[in-house]
Design a protein around this ligand. Structure first.
Ligand code: CP3
Length: 337
């Protein structure tokens, strides 16, 4: 049994596994080298050879417990025929798409467009280096995908007026969910043995719309994932009430963001917890990294816990600090075993 599945299924508190969101990415010189030669990010995500290499880069460098397939949550809008670009110093920029476009799209074309993603997962899964490690597949939460599809770039302060059209949102969510669900199933069939749902813009939904926009569609995705006996980790970033979310959604693991007070959350949440530490801590001194890492490890000492951050590794992070972080987590594991 892998360290993550021990925590998730056995609720083992004697081991604190570690992996990091964005563990493959711009902070790694070996990633930047490949990225420089591949200016088109979507194309890079469809390049099976490079996706395999990038996914394994942090695993080769560090002693991590899981690999996450190198891809992006916006591959779903791409699979649905929407134009998706990543502009330097701006982030994602999407082309226009209508409800009709999504409604009329067919599953076969979707699967065909995303086939390289599934081929990459099959390739990575065969690697010996992943023995006793998990391969995490992922999707964006339906609401977050909808935000990108309609807003067409990362929201700045407030959502566009289009988000007051309840009918449009409900209809879009219905169709988007079908495709996210397909994407989950294909990733599992290709070899992903854990699924993480990134709902990065969950915090934008008001209380009165939570049921319709977040809870209902996400519950559906958990059901699909669980039907394969694959665990599901949910990350509803900046959501106000993590307790209510976990009680309603019932994920196998909840990833907390760095605004969550670990001492508070532990009183309210019984299921395994992942993450929490502010990725900015890794930009500071070793002493500070030690202070925060041990703080999270101690708070969750007697709770099933997977070490991770409260958001992705920042591009300006020194790779040696990641090495140091992993060493600290390993040392804690040795002390408590
Ligand atoms: O975690 C991993 O290592 C796996 C790969 C992964 C990427 N994106 C690669 C990526 C994962 C899990 C994601 C998830 C993702 N993508 C989210 C959810 C998590 C979060 O960050 O809130 C979101 C919102 C996106 C959409 C997205 N993709 C944005 C907003 C951006 C630009 C800003 C940024 O964070 O870089 C991306 C680009 C992106 N996705 C990069 C990587 C490595 C950077 C690409 C580059 O410029 O080289």
């Amino acid at each position: 049994m892998t360290p993550l599945t021990r925590v998730i299924t056995k609720k083992d508190t004697n081991i604190k596994p570690i992996w990091l969101m964005r563990q493959a990415g711009r902070y790694l010189p070996e990633f930047r080298k490949i990225r420089k030669k591949n200016q088109n990010f979507v194309k890079l995500c469809l390049n099976t050879k490079e996706v395999k290499n990038i996914t394994l880069q942090p695993i080769k460098r560090y002693d991590l417990d899981a690999a996450i397939i190198f891809s992006d949550i916006l591959m779903v809008p791409f699979g649905l025929g929407q134009n998706v670009e990543f502009k330097k110093n701006f982030g994602p920029f999407l082309g226009p798409i209508s409800l009709k476009d999504v409604k009329d799209f067919d599953q076969k074309s979707f699967k065909k467009k995303l086939d390289p993603v599934y081929k990459s997962i099959c390739k990575v899964k065969k690697e010996k280096i992943l023995k006793n490690k998990d391969l995490i597949g992922f999707v964006g939460g339906p609401w977050t995908i909808l935000v990108y599809m309609l807003n067409r770039y990362s929201p700045k302060k407030k959502l566009e007026k289009i988000f007051s059209d309840k009918f449009l949102i409900k209809e879009m969510l219905k169709y988007i969910n079908k495709y996210i669900s397909l994407h989950i199933q294909s990733q599992i069939r290709s070899g992903a043995n854990i699924i993480q749902i990134f709902d990065s813009w969950a915090g934008l939904v008001s209380d009165k719309n939570l049921e319709e926009y977040i809870y209902k569609p996400t519950k559906n995705l958990i059901k699909v994932t669980k039907s394969f006996k694959v665990p599901c980790i949910c990350f509803p970033r900046n959501i106000k009430n993590y307790k209510e979310y976990t009680e309603i959604i019932k994920p196998d693991v909840i990833n907390i963001d760095y605004n969550v007070n670990p001492n508070e959350i532990i009183k309210n949440i019984k299921i395994p917890i992942q993450g929490g530490m502010d990725p900015k801590v890794l930009l500071s001194s070793k002493k500070n990294i030690e202070k925060f890492t041990n703080y999270y490890l101690r708070v969750f000492e007697n709770h099933p816990y997977i070490f991770n951050l409260g958001h992705g590794v920042l591009p300006q992070t020194d790779p040696n600090m990641i090495q140091y972080l992993i060493k600290l987590v390993r040392m804690f594991n040795e002390r408590s075993s």
